[in-house]
Write a protein that binds this ligand. Structure first.
Ligand code: CA
Length: 364
């Protein structure tokens, strides 16, 4: 009985032994208050106004608080608080924060295996990639990669197809990319570097000033819903359609030791909270971009919407293929992940062609 007392909560034991007042055997606050409260902190890459990326962790924390009846409280610290927007993985790994919210491809310099879990150039679309994560072995592979860092990683909200970025000058040929200073993260950055672009990644808060002052000639951020609020169109009017981030998935990070210390029901509540808030971020971003796009021609007539010329796209595709083969040689696990993504994309794309593609082709 003593051992059992250690495992079961006081409220459960009272209920099982019939020691509770029968008039009060619903989920009473008295019983809940007897349980342990966990107070956690989450660090996110995003500033507090970077909606909807920052909305995912904020909504997750609210949901978890409600679902747990106040037993799991998560304080969300935006980048202006912790001052380390690109240090989230380290802070969660080190235990300063129990959780994080960021993008997996930001850690490619620390661990190359983390690269493919955000999105890959010319890769899967959002529904294809979610199917891969949840039904095609993607989540298992992501957990395997982060296990070595003693961290758990889960999908944290998707942006859908991102725009190709803002450029001060029109890109007519591949040679126009030569020497261009551009902010572009992930594998797309590697492709651009190969084509002669001086590639950097920098925290979101520094983007506008860098573009305005000429530290950057071009940058990519997300899509119209988020980009226009940043004001990039004022200094770089050429707005290119996307190729490089077809389905950028954010990520939740959880310190594994801290997760394992949570009771099972709180673990489930946390998993559900992350999954629901991730999906809600996807919806919110879609709505924001659709709303912004509807006004783009009337409210921002100086924006010149462009698609990269076929010649440029062909070179990007070719370079992507070559670099994928090259990078896969760096680690067996990375090769396993890329092969898994390729195989899933091949399978899912046939269905995408039959469903969304044919439907849209005849209904535009
Ligand atoms: Ca981006």
């Amino acid at each position: 009985m003593k051992k059992m007392m250690g495992i079961l909560s006081v409220a459960t034991i009272l209920f099982l032994t019939g020691c509770t007042d029968k008039k009060d055997n619903d989920v009473s606050n008295t019983k809940i208050e007897q349980k342990e409260v966990f107070t956690w902190k989450l660090a996110t890459t995003w500033g507090k106004t970077v909606v909807p990326l920052v909305s995912a962790p904020i909504e997750m924390a609210k949901l978890v608080e409600k679902m747990s009846n106040g037993r799991l409280l998560i304080r969300v610290d935006a980048s202006n608080k912790h001052k380390a927007p690109l240090g989230i993985l380290d802070m969660v790994k080190g235990g300063q924060y129990e959780m994080g919210h960021s993008g997996s491809y930001y850690w490619k310099g620390k661990d190359i295996n983390t690269l493919p879990f955000t999105t890959m150039p010319f890769g899967m679309t959002t529904p294809e990639q979610y199917a891969w994560f949840y039904r095609g072995g993607g989540l298992e592979l992501m957990l395997k990669v982060y296990d070595k860092h003693n961290v758990l990683s889960f999908p944290g909200g998707n942006t859908g197809v991102q725009m190709g970025g803002w450029f001060k000058k029109e890109i007519k040929t591949v040679s126009d990319l030569q020497g261009l200073k551009m902010r572009i993260p992930g594998f797309a950055g590697e492709i651009m570097a190969k084509l002669g672009v001086a590639v950097t990644n920098m925290a979101p808060g520094e983007l506008y000033t860098s573009l305005e002052r000429g530290t950057l000639d071009a940058l990519e951020w997300v899509g119209p819903g988020m980009d226009i609020k940043m004001g990039f169109h004022k200094v770089a009017p050429y707005y290119y359609t996307g190729w490089h981030e077809p389905a950028s998935e954010m990520q939740f990070l959880v310190n594994k030791k801290k997760f394992n210390k949570l009771p099972k029901d709180l673990q489930e509540i946390l998993l559900v909270g992350m999954r629901v808030s991730a999906y809600d971020m996807y919806i919110q971003n879609y709505d924001m971009s659709a709303t912004a796009w509807a006004k783009i021609k009337t409210d921002y007539p100086n924006i010149k919407v462009k698609t990269f010329p076929k010649e440029v796209m062909d070179v990007m595709k070719k370079t992507n293929k070559e670099l994928r083969t090259e990078v896969a040689k760096k680690s067996d696990l990375l090769k396993e992940i890329l092969d898994s993504q390729d195989a899933y994309q091949k399978k899912a794309r046939e269905w995408t062609k039959m469903s969304d593609f044919l439907y849209l082709k005849d209904n535009l």
